[in-house]
Write a protein that binds this ligand. Structure first.
Ligand code: PMP
Length: 380
């Protein structure tokens, strides 16, 4: 039964579970100075090295967090509050994850000014408009590497050039393990990543903070993570994240090729259904993302009908699906409300096989036809 909702959640790889198991029982606190504490610290530091290698960073530049949301909070709120004497203007793109948008809104309520960089109909940040938004007092720009909902990949190197020497935070949650994520090549000063998106456990992520970049902690406690994130570290989860990073490093390239072939066949088949359109960029997109919209019908009814056939997909960001508002991402690329509502994201991952694509392409057309026959918007 094809699970095609890896963007909402990924299974944890068996090899990762195996690496984690000893640390569930292990009592060591990495801050204890005795030998058992030291064992936990060593395991954690080994994992930090693996996570750092995956993105071409130094171990000392990695702060473990509880996930991408917390990393985004630390990057944006932590950086803005620490550097407010240099300026109080920040820029985020219009299609950022809600955790970035809400941090920006929080800062706006607390004396900062925020601009939202617009995107074109493919979801690419408009570089000239971004460049024009940069001011004397701009201290931070936060732009995602790739969008989980429409799959579009940003030209971060060009964005880096456009904003000159302003500090750049990149949310690479959706791109890690799918395309190359290299902090040096990207020119990122801070970069958000998350464990579950590379088949590690949930509840752990990291923020890369380039040497010399100063941020305030947002979780205050006993000075763990070089004073940037208080609280006893989740050693088992961190070990799992490290193992997941190691596996990703070895396998991502061949895996991306495999996923891309499946994705292309899926998109080709989906677009054969009439009045169906691709969301996002046709080529500069994540290798595992097929985001489409079906005219005249609601994404939610498609998802539920697919589920009855054993296929799981999503209508967009699982994190905001409770609001019933059309996705801000689809609005920002210029879709009308009714177009945005008919969108479905198929996101592929490590355990999908070619047969899954065949199965979806067999089951979906009759579902779309049945739902359209019931739709008052469908007049054919
Ligand atoms: N950023 C992006 C680009 C995401 O796709 C997500 C959701 N996976 C997040 C941040 C937040 O991740 P989490 O809910 O795991 O904190």
């Amino acid at each position: 039964m094809p699970y095609m909702d890896y963007v909402s959640g990924c299974p944890v790889d068996e090899r990762v579970i195996e690496a984690m198991l000893p640390y569930f029982k292990h009592p060591g606190n990495p801050s204890s100075i005795h030998s058992v504490g030291l064992e936990a610290r060593n395991a954690m530091e080994e994992a930090r090295g693996k996570v750092a290698s995956l993105i071409n960073a130094d171990s000392s530049e990695i702060v473990f967090t509880s996930g991408a949301t917390e990393s985004n909070n630390l990057a944006i709120i932590g950086y803005a509050t620490r550097n407010k004497s240099k300026g109080k203007h920040i820029i985020v793109s219009a299609i950022e994850h809600i955790s970035v948008i809400n941090c920006a809104k929080f800062l706006q309520k607390n004396g900062f000014e925020v601009d939202y960089a617009p995107v074109d109909s493919y979801g690419k940040v408009k570089l000239d408009e971004l460049e024009n938004l940069v001011r004397e007092d701009t201290i931070l720009v936060s732009i995602q590497h790739a969008n989980p909902e429409i799959g579009t990949i940003q030209d971060i190197e060009k964005i880096r050039d456009a904003i000159k020497d302003v500090t750049l935070h990149v949310d690479a949650t959706a791109s890690l393990g799918k395309i190359e994520v290299n902090v040096e090549k990207l020119g990122a000063d801070m970069l958000t990543i998350s464990s579950n998106d590379i088949y590690g456990p949930r509840g752990v992520g990291a923020l890369y903070i380039r040497k010399g970049v100063r941020v305030n902690p947002v979780i205050l406690g006993g000075g763990q993570e070089r004073g940037l994130r208080g609280g006893t570290e989740n050693v088992a989860a961190i070990v799992g994240f490290g193992r997941a990073a190691e596996i990703t490093m070895e396998e991502w390239k061949s895996e991306a090729e495999r996923l891309k072939k499946m994705r292309d066949r899926l998109i080709e088949g989906l677009l054969k259904i009439e009045d169906t359109f691709l969301n996002g960029h046709p080529t500069e997109r994540l290798p595992n993302n097929a985001s489409v919209r079906f005219s005249y019908i609601e994404g939610e009814s498609i998802i539920l009908s697919l589920d009855m056939e054993g296929i799981q997909a999503s209508t967009g960001s699982a994190c905001t699906s409770k609001t019933l508002q059309p996705s801000h991402v689809l609005m920002a690329i210029g879709l009308k409300h009714e177009e945005a509502h008919g969108s479905v994201v198929f996101s592929l991952g490590r355990w999908n096989k070619e047969e899954d694509v065949d199965y979806v392409l067999e089951k979906l057309p009759p579902i779309i036809e049945r739902l359209r026959m019931m739709s008052p918007l469908y007049l054919k």
